[in-house]
Design a binder for this molecule. Sequence first.
Ligand SMILES: *[C@@H]1O[C@H](CO)[C@@H](O)[C@H](O)[C@H]1NC(C)=O
Ligand SMILES: *[C@@H]1O[C@H](CO)[C@@H](O)[C@H](O)[C@H]1NC(C)=O
Ligand SMILES: *[C@@H]1O[C@H](CO)[C@@H](O)[C@H](O)[C@H]1NC(C)=O
Length: 526
Amino acid sequence: MTFTFRLSLLLLVAAWNFEPASTANILFLSPITSYSHTHFFFYTIKALASRGHTITHWNGLKPREDIRNVTHLHSTGLQKVNSRHDIGFDTNNPLKLWFKHPERMANVCKTCYNDPVFHQLITSREQFDLIVIEAFMNECVLPLVQHFRAPFIYLSGLPPLPWMFESTCSPMSTQEYPVLVTDFTDEMNLFQRTINIVVSTAMIYFRNWFILPRVDVEARHAWINSSEPLPTVKEIENRLSLFITNSQPSLTYHYFKSSTIVDAGGLHLRPPKPLPKDVEAFVNGSADAGFIVLSFGSIVHGSGMPEATRKIFVAAFSRLPQRILWKWEDESGMDDLPANVRLYTWLPPLLDLLAHPKMRLLMTHGGLYSNQETVWSGVPLIGFPVFGDQSNYVSKAEKDGYAIKLDWMTLTEDTLYNSIHEIITNPKYKENVQKLSSLMREQIEMDRPLERAVHAIEHVARHHGAPHLRPASCRLNMLQRESMDVTLLLVLIILALAYLVVFIVRSSASRVLKWTKTDQMKKKTQ
Ligand SMILES: *[C@@H]1O[C@H](CO)[C@@H](O)[C@H](O)[C@H]1NC(C)=O
Ligand SMILES: *[C@@H]1O[C@H](CO)[C@@H](O)[C@H](O)[C@H]1NC(C)=O
Ligand SMILES: *[C@@H]1O[C@H](CO)[C@@H](O)[C@H](O)[C@H]1NC(C)=O
């Protein structure tokens, strides 16, 4: 066989493999979402639709583009919930956010269950081969898994949180995988590892004991089939077939995983498109100095920042030679805007801005997507984490040498100006990010995350679930899976042995003492 013949045979086999054997009817559920989480869903759905699968998608946000072969179910009530997250610059205390979570979930579930789309689905007789659910805050839709009696997959716009390790029967990897709400890196000392394991475990049990029971209460009200009692959402979740997650080896700390977890981070990354004419003209005008983008993403509104912080940005920007594009949602603008700064209520996709040859620096809240996109494009960043997982990603970016982390609460004009100056003039930031970028590009181009996700979904649909991927340790609870019970037993055995040794030494010592005493007495009496 000649080489070319073998190669074409290989390609033929590959092409044949990529054709789906049969098409499936798939229901995607993401009533609670954000624009950034939508990316991860959107690209997966588009790829499945183009392979001929029938897709129904209930999304909480109006899709930015219609996809052929996809039926969109959309609700205006949810649009409001999803575009206003009530997270601003003042609500960044993670404990407060966390303790409010059960209440928040109960409200979210009520909104979902009162929605006409939910009623349409819970009364539907349609047969779905598979249900795919956005993994963050969508536990309310688990009763639909019970109703349709279909296998289900979680598709997660985030890298795994502790309870996702629990539901996939994976270890928590707390020795090197910092829980996303901390800003630890993968090198933790004993104290940090202790915090890490306590926080991870506490999050799992807080969810099991305080969050999911609230969902159960609401779900029982919404459940209409009186001939069949509704299991708890936890029981339904334990049937999970697969967990597809937005983590990527160049950007996510390492964790150990069972075969129920599929890494598909970066599946949304694509070649850039040209910028709109007016934006391109503005950035073109920056000559060699280049331009900077400041954006706090889609959840936090940048224009909600305190006035004192806004003034610091304005003052530092006025000292720079670069042009600045500032995402500012307040239409009334600013009176004191320097000539090199322009405000935009809406910016073109970050991927397109980042790919522009004059792009020098991204200033951001440091969310996962802006991080992935800056690395993909090879641009350094300054991160101002506001809440949740952002601090974790920015700390990693700083450790990897392509970012500076600033605290917007203690920000001064000089620290801001000096940090921007440092990143733009010191070549090491650009070099580090480009090195990481070439690793990431190779990983994504050679080992395509989108195809991996699509294959995994088709595999589960074809086989009506994937119990063969679930490890036997699924029957253990998290503490048992982490061998904490074994550690405790060993400690008890060692303590018991130590006690025994002390007891024997002591009693023999006192016996020896007694003997010597009686000996001496005998000698005296003689
Ligand atoms: C729609 O589905 C058909 C097969 O049912 C497929 O041939 C076609 O490519 C799909 N169209 C798009 C735009 O995905
Ligand atoms: C109610 O549940 C039973 C199974 O217990 C099922 O056969 C029936 O179709 C369900 N009814 C509806 C309306 O879903
Ligand atoms: C911006 O500059 C590039 C390269 O010089 C050029 O190709 C492009 O047409 C310019 N765009 C605008 C809108 O001026």
